[in-house]
Write a protein that binds this ligand. Structure first.
Ligand SMILES: Cc1ncc(COP(=O)(O)O)c(C=O)c1O
Length: 500
């Protein structure tokens, strides 16, 4: 396997010159064609509309096995490179959605392919251990090299998990265990605690709660879903907890024109948070933790100021609740800092920070006090996957070596500038352009127009994602450079011109 991968890699680097000389797409501006990235195509190239005939055939085939309502098209991952996703009909598209924001350094990055060819790594790929009981010899070193090297301020403990929901679900459990241990002090759980927990009754299963925000998305498992409030489709028919839900600020744009109004809006939400904490304590369901996204993503790319988050963190501390920052979507460099919470400028930003997506492995960092007191309280079979730590360590090297956080900041500025310009040109279609790094979004006049823009853009070779009721979100990889921004803006502007 290793040797065939090496020869494929060599063949690809030879082919690269051919791709660079082939013209990609007629919308590409002169500035946009300057390719600096080593392993990327020079532009989109479309052969059919999307989904093309082969994708349609495969969708039908899979439809006999699963619900395929969400399938966009089928992909050719072997041929995909850098910022470009290739589909089974040979269409090559500039990807600004990157598998729901989960491809850190583009498709088939040579540094990651090289890892696969190193014989020392093979056993890590082949043997997936039950990490909680039988970790490999190099696990402490690998975790230090990867995750601990990017630990948020004040945190030296990390627990790996599989996906984002699984990370949040276990982070919630950690907060509950911590809260009850705090209440018990030095005393061990009572006999009543032990007997009632087996039949889902208090005090063993205490009536504790987690405060979340309207518009948030923290995953789809049962606990996470109780804190997810972005779309009906996620929640319908699933029983849930009676946990408090606070309003999340709805900022007005441009920010500099609405400073006073936005400050008032944030104060209103913070007051509501405190009221809810008090109300739920009175109800006998104390708030053990507050969970928040630094930017509400799925719910519509809703931002709040660093002041808002600093105050929220202080409210959590004041009321003895843990503060959980969900960086599943914002983490990994996309906002121009490795963690979005770094923009708040705090030494002690959170008690728990969860991650997944761009970090390739799921998991969460926690402060020492949140570490569970006994084995098996936080546990599952795999507890993550060491092969993902290998990839992550390499991703971090690439981020560092190629100064990708600076690149993200630069590309993000160009993207936002372009969106502002288009918003000025098409005020009836676009509004509220916003973003941090390349984690940007823009609102479209209505849901129908939003969907039509996304389909038209895709047929011209750009993949976009939607969020909230009528926003388009931009989630490119960290290797998305300024010239990619121009390729995108050219196509986006063509699409808008056709709508007018
Ligand atoms: C902020 C946030 N939290 C949690 C999740 C859930 O992650 P997963 O889909 O891996 O379970 C997501 C997924 O989009 C997310 O954006």
């Amino acid at each position: 396997m290793a040797s065939s991968l090496i020869s494929r890699q060599l063949a690809l680097s030879l082919q690269k010159n051919l791709w660079l000389s082939a013209s990609g797409c007629r919308y590409v501006s002169k500035a946009a064609t300057k390719t600096q990235m080593e392993f990327d195509y020079d532009g989109p190239s479309m052969k059919t509309s999307v989904p093309g005939p082969r994708s349609q055939e495969l969708t039908k085939q899979l439809g006999d096995i699963q619900n395929v309502g969400a399938v966009n098209f089928f992909c050719n991952y072997e041929e995909s490179r850098g910022n470009y996703l290739v589909d089974v009909d040979g269409n090559r598209m500039l990807d600004l959605y990157t598998q729901i924001s989960s491809i850190p350094i583009g498709y088939n990055h040579p540094a990651l392919l090289k890892l696969m060819t190193n014989p020392h790594n093979l056993s890590t790929f082949v043997n997936r251990p039950a990490l909680g009981i039988l970790p490999p010899e190099n696990f402490p070193d690998k975790i230090s090299e990867s995750l601990l090297s990017v630990a948020p301020s004040g945190m030296s403990r990390v627990q790996t998990m599989a996906c984002g929901s699984c990370s949040n679900e276990n982070a919630f459990k950690s907060m509950f265990i911590w809260y009850r241990n705090k209440e018990r002090g030095q005393t061990a759980p009572s006999d009543q605690d032990l007997s009632t927990c087996m039949v889902n009754q208090a005090p063993g299963c205490p009536d504790l709660s987690i405060l979340s925000f309207m518009g948030s998305f923290h995953g789809r498992t049962m606990g996470c879903l109780a804190t997810t409030h972005s779309k009906v489709i996620h929640k319908l028919d699933i029983p849930s907890f009676d946990w408090p839900i606070a309003p999340f600020p709805r900022l007005q744009y441009p920010l500099e024109e609405f400073t006073r109004e936005n400050a008032q809006e944030e104060s209103r939400c913070l007051e509501e948070v405190e009221d809810l904490i008090v109300k739920w304590r009175q109800k006998g369901k104390p708030v053990a933790g507050i969970v928040v996204e630094p930017i509400q993503a799925e719910g519509g790319d809703n931002h709040a100021s660093p002041d808002f988050f600093r105050s929220l963190r202080n409210i959590a501390r004041k009321h003895g609740s843990a503060f959980h920052v969900d960086e599943v979507q914002t983490g990994g460099g996309t906002t121009g800092k490795f963690w979005a919470h770094e923009h708040w400028g705090m030494d002690d930003p959170a008690d728990i920070v969860s991650f997944s997506k761009k970090l390739l492995t799921g998991g969460y960092f926690q402060r020492d006090e949140l570490q569970p007191d006994k084995p098996y309280r936080i546990f599952n079979t795999w507890m993550g996957d060491p092969s993902k730590n290998l990839f992550l360590a390499e991703v971090l090297n690439v981020i560092h070596r190629e100064n990708l956080l600076e690149e993200v900041t630069r590309s993000g500025k160009a993207l936002l500038k372009g969106l502002y310009e288009l918003q000025g040109q098409y005020p009836n279609i676009l509004s509220r352009a916003r973003g941090q790094g390349t984690f940007c979004a823009v609102d479209i006049c209505d849901d129908e127009t939003r969907n039509s823009i996304m389909l038209k853009a895709r047929d011209k070779g750009v993949i976009l994602g939607g969020c909230g009721d009528r926003s388009i979100r931009f989630r490119p990889a960290l290797v998305f450079k300024e010239y990619h921004v121009h390729i995108f803006l050219n196509i986006f502007s063509d699409v808008l011109a056709q709508l007018k």
